[in-house]
Write a protein that binds this ligand. Structure first.
Ligand SMILES: *Cc1c(COP(=O)(O)O)cnc(C)c1O
Length: 414
């Protein structure tokens, strides 16, 4: 008997994009045609139909009463924010710059919330003037908002962002539990609520955000349950009934070999149970889930052209016109501890067998500029288009585009 073949972990299938005449189809067009339309490489393309499908899928999996917010830091392209504004129930911003994009896009200020540490006075004033909900992250913000509310003659709408005493297990990025710069520690919230009441701020509820990029529905359910319990406890000290309960998000997408898509069903069931309890325990509370990458990540590709092909000591290098400066995350330098490959394909040879081991590198003079490290790809030549999947979130805006003085990338919504 022969030894069983060792199964190497593989990427989740990227079958959200069709293949036509040997090419990947994005936004209804063959990739080479899309590149002509864009007029340059490298570029990011975000597929409208996929964005819409993703929101529809979430709506059908989650209880109808749960409000969906888009955390626009995942992809702040104005056209994307405009599209998302029409699809979701609210937009979460993390700076006055994002606030402007959201308001420009037509977001209803009543459904915009503003979170983030270190909100500057000017930003807090803008938030009060705009009438958006501010997620309080410190005692200082209470006093500042009270002053601006008085000066402007407008109410300051606030929720308290809580730094919970637990974490979201198995998250790509932990944002709660232990000391954190985000929110106010749960044990300090009763004191903060007293100040909120004394300052006459318009208290609306709580925001609990435990972490990001989680593919385990069990962990997400557990965090949502604990968040609910914590909010219920803290509500006893609230000056007004809780109307807004943001239970966070953290829904992940599969980036690396061995990762699988998140199962939404248990999350929907869990939220339905919590909503049931809330009917008596927090009868005025509206549940909010805030998602960034889960909404937009899988709908986007980064496209870069092969400008050189060389062999160094037996390894094929495809040298592309884009790289780390446009797509820091795919290069492995945006929070990854161990570098792993994003899913990558040769988009102009999308149905050719992947028979060649090659590395895709960018034009920067640093070995960090790596888009694919020894991956099995269709054999590619100069002129072919390389596609990096799962690139709709934390791409262009999260990359050091000025580094090394190469041209900026273009973003299109198609
Ligand atoms: C970054 C962030 C998000 C979005 O995270 P994703 O992993 O993109 O879903 C949501 N809420 C808060 C408070 C954040 O800081």
């Amino acid at each position: 008997m022969s030894a069983p073949e060792r199964q190497l972990p593989v990427h989740a299938p990227m079958n959200q994009f069709a293949v036509r005449q040997g090419e990947l189809v994005v936004g209804g067009k063959r990739l080479s045609t899309l590149a002509e339309q864009v007029g340059q490489t490298p570029f990011y393309a975000y597929d409208r139909a996929l964005l819409k499908a993703r929101v529809a899928e979430l709506r059908s999996a989650l209880p109808a009463a749960v409000k969906l917010h888009y955390a626009m830091k995942a992809n702040p392209m104005p056209a994307v924010v405009g599209l998302m504004t029409g699809l979701v129930d609210g937009i979460d911003v993390a700076s006055a710059g994002e606030l402007k994009v959201a308001l420009d896009a037509g977001a209803n200020p009543q459904e915009v919330s503003f979170a983030g540490p270190g909100k500057r006075d000017a930003e807090l004033r803008q938030a009060v003037a705009a009438g958006v909900l501010v997620n309080l992250e410190s005692f200082r913000e209470v006093g500042a908002l009270a002053a601006f509310s008085q000066a402007l003659g407008l109410p300051a709408r606030v929720a308290v962002r809580v730094n919970p005493d637990f974490e979201l297990k198995g998250s790509g990025m932990k944002m709660s539990g232990g000391p954190k710069q985000f929110g106010v520690d749960a044990e300090q919230v009763p004191a903060l609520l007293k100040e909120v009441a004394a300052a006459g701020l318009a208290f609306e509820g709580f925001h609990l955000y435990a972490g990001s990029q989680n593919l385990r529905s069990g962990s997400i359910c557990e965090a949502q349950q604990k968040s609910y319990e914590l909010a219920l406890r803290l509500a006893q000290d609230a000056p007004m009934p809780v109307r807004f309960l943001n239970l966070g998000g953290g829904f992940g997408i599969p980036y690396f070999p061995g990762e699988q898509r998140l199962d939404l069903m248990p999350i929907g069931d869990n939220l339905a149970q919590l909503l049931q309890r809330a009917q008596t325990e927090l009868p005025q509370a509206e549940f909010v889930i805030e998602l960034g990458r889960y909404l937009v990540g899988e709908a986007g590709v980064y496209v870069t052209r092969v400008v050189d092909r060389k062999v160094s000591r037996g390894l094929v290098y495809l040298v592309a016109d884009g790289g780390l400066h446009h797509h820091l995350a795919a290069s492995g330098n945006f929070g990854q501890v161990v570098r792993k490959n994003y899913p990558v394909c040769i988009g102009t040879r999308a149905d050719a067998p992947e028979t060649e081991v090659a590395s895709v590198v960018g034009p920067l003079c640093t070995p960090l500029d790596l888009l694919a490290d020894r991956m099995k790809l269709a054999p590619a030549q100069v002129g072919d288009l390389v596609v990096v999947f799962q690139s709709g979130a934390y791409g262009a805006s999260a990359s050091p585009q000025a580094f090394l003085g190469h041209p900026a990338c273009v973003e299109v919504l198609v």
